[in-house]
Design a protein around this ligand. Structure first.
Ligand code: SDX
Length: 447
């Protein structure tokens, strides 16, 4: 049974109605008979307030135990709001559906990082500053060339974005707002270039330099697909689709990679090294690697006729339905809905991805099957995005790289919010030690 179903489900009547104005939690420690009043703030208690709960005075004091932080808030944030039960996602209060329909990625990046939608002149300055930082140091090509021909582009991205810290040594000055802003311009501007260079290396084609006459997404397509033509001709439908996909992937509150960005950033390392850590987290198949795993899964299923047998193996615990389920969403991921609509526009241009029929049938069956319904497993952002990327000509290995480009604005926003938060310190969780007590060394011959 899923974690959130182990607890008893309270009915409306049973839900305790506030009986007093005291905003506290009263804890009775039955080991000692002592009672503690713990303040409640934002419907949470401070874990440090539990340390006073002891049996003996010299005890360390009580902690919470929360593997994978299933129920732990690590920070206060104003960037992204998610209501997993209702399938709501908002960046700085703006619904993702409106930003995807009416906005563009650089505007969304401005919103996420600065907190407000930009005016026309603010947007022009922002775009100009980012687009003039799309070039990378020529030396980066040398170690990009050092990778094997079949090196995974995500491994190349993690390495090269970390290497940027050696070119911009001013980035260590994280306390200076102007320096932080310059690194943010560089990171948002250069991620598409690093991604495109990694792709071109993997297909043995020459690197294509940025063309700053083009849009953010258009320039990325240029650096990926330009061949011998003088000027790359951007397909507006694919340009728009990619821009919307970047918007949908821009941030997602305290996901695994944002947590990595914050945790590593809390040591006050430069933002390039922190972004390399976040990218590494995103590389994992349970996080950003999931959209590639969806395609592998659809290939394994092969046809609609094989779906029932595949579903059976998943229900027997022999594997996961990749692209389904989410730690927060216990409803349809709002991003998956938008991507599903986007797929039709892309397939008009690229031709329909034959795997879409298997995906649609898989979704239909899973949404009716008790195993998935009981566990509140719905399609997430990764279920349909891979089908679009593949139809656009991206190899599967590039999918998490595309995710990383969009998510960079979220990572840097989370990083800067962490640095500005006076309550934050270097992240250093505790543990519950269950290992050996003291024991003396035994000489090799006596073991
Ligand atoms: C992203 O955090 C974010 O915001 C991430 C992200 C973002 O924008 O940054 O949204 C992007 O990473 C989306 C998720 C992409 N990953 C996948 O699609 C991989 C497949 N999904 C699962 O691995 C899983 O759903 C997770 C990792 C996404 C969430 O796992 P949880 O919250 O830890 O849930 P769980 O593992 O505790 O599962 C609860 C139950 C378990 O069954 P029981 O042990 O209770 O019997 O549901 C089952 C799980 O086995 N389950 C699945 C399943 N996901 C969970 N069973 C089959 N297929 C699945 N996909």
């Amino acid at each position: 049974m899923a974690h959130d179903q182990k607890k008893s489900v309270l009915t409306e009547q049973q839900v305790a109605q506030p009986t007093s104005s005291k905003n506290t939690l009263t804890i009775n420690d039955n080991r000692t008979g002592k009672q503690y009043e713990i303040p409640i703030e934002n419907d949470t208690i401070r874990a440090m307030d539990l340390r006073q709960i002891k049996v003996k005075d010299d005890d360390f004091g009580m902690m919470t135990y929360d593997p994978a932080f299933m129920n732990t808030a690590s920070c206060k944030s104003k960037i992204t709001f998610i209501d997993g039960d209702k399938g709501i996602l908002r960046y700085r209060g703006y619904p993702i559906e409106q930003l995807a329909e009416k906005g563009n990625y650089l505007e969304t990046a401005y919103l996420i990082i600065n907190g407000e939608l930009p005016t026309k002149s603010q947007f022009e300055d922002w775009t100009d500053n980012i687009m003039k930082h799309t070039l990378i140091h020529e030396n980066i090509k040398k170690f990009m060339d050092g990778f094997h021909y079949d090196a995974h582009p995500m491994g190349m991205l993690v390495s090269t974005v970390g290497a940027l810290s050696t070119f911009y040594t001013d980035a260590k000055n994280i306390k200076d707002p102007a320096t932080r802003r310059l690194q943010i311009y560089r990171l948002v501007g250069k991620m598409p270039t690093l991604a495109a260079f990694a792709f071109r290396h993997s297909v043995g084609r020459p690197y294509v330099y940025p063309d700053n006459d083009l849009s953010y997404a258009g320039n990325f397509l240029n650096m990926l697909w330009k061949m011998t033509e003088v000027k790359y001709k951007v397909n507006p439908v694919l340009e728009r689709a990619l821009d919307v996909l970047f918007i949908l992937h821009a941030d997602h509150e305290q996901n695994c990679s944002a947590n990595a960005m914050r945790s590593v950033g809390s040591s006050h390392v430069d933002p390039y090294s922190a972004t390399a850590a976040a990218s590494a987290a995103l590389y994992g198949p349970l996080h950003g690697g999931a959209n590639a795993e969806v395609l592998y899964m659809l290939d394994e299923i092969g046809s609609k006729a094989n779906i029932p047998a595949f579903i059976k193996t998943v229900k027997e615990g022999k594997g996961k339905l990749m692209g389904f389920g989410h730690r927060i969403y216990k409803n349809y991921d709002p991003r998956a809905k938008i991507i599903k609509q986007l797929a039709d526009e892309v397939f008009e241009v690229t031709g329909r991805n034959p795997k879409l029929d298997i995906a649609l049938e898989l979704e239909r069956i899973a949404l009716e099957d008790e195993y998935f319904v009981k566990r509140k497993l719905y399609p997430n952002v990764d279920f349909y995005s891979g089908l679009i990327y593949q139809a656009m000509g991206f190899p599967v290995e590039m999918f998490p790289v595309l995710f990383a480009i969009g998510r960079t604005s979220g990572w840097v926003a989370q990083w800067e919010e962490l640095l500005m938060d006076a309550e934050q310190k270097i992240a250093r969780p505790r543990q519950v030690y269950l290992g050996h007590g003291t024991r003396d060394y035994i000489m090799m011959g006596k073991r």
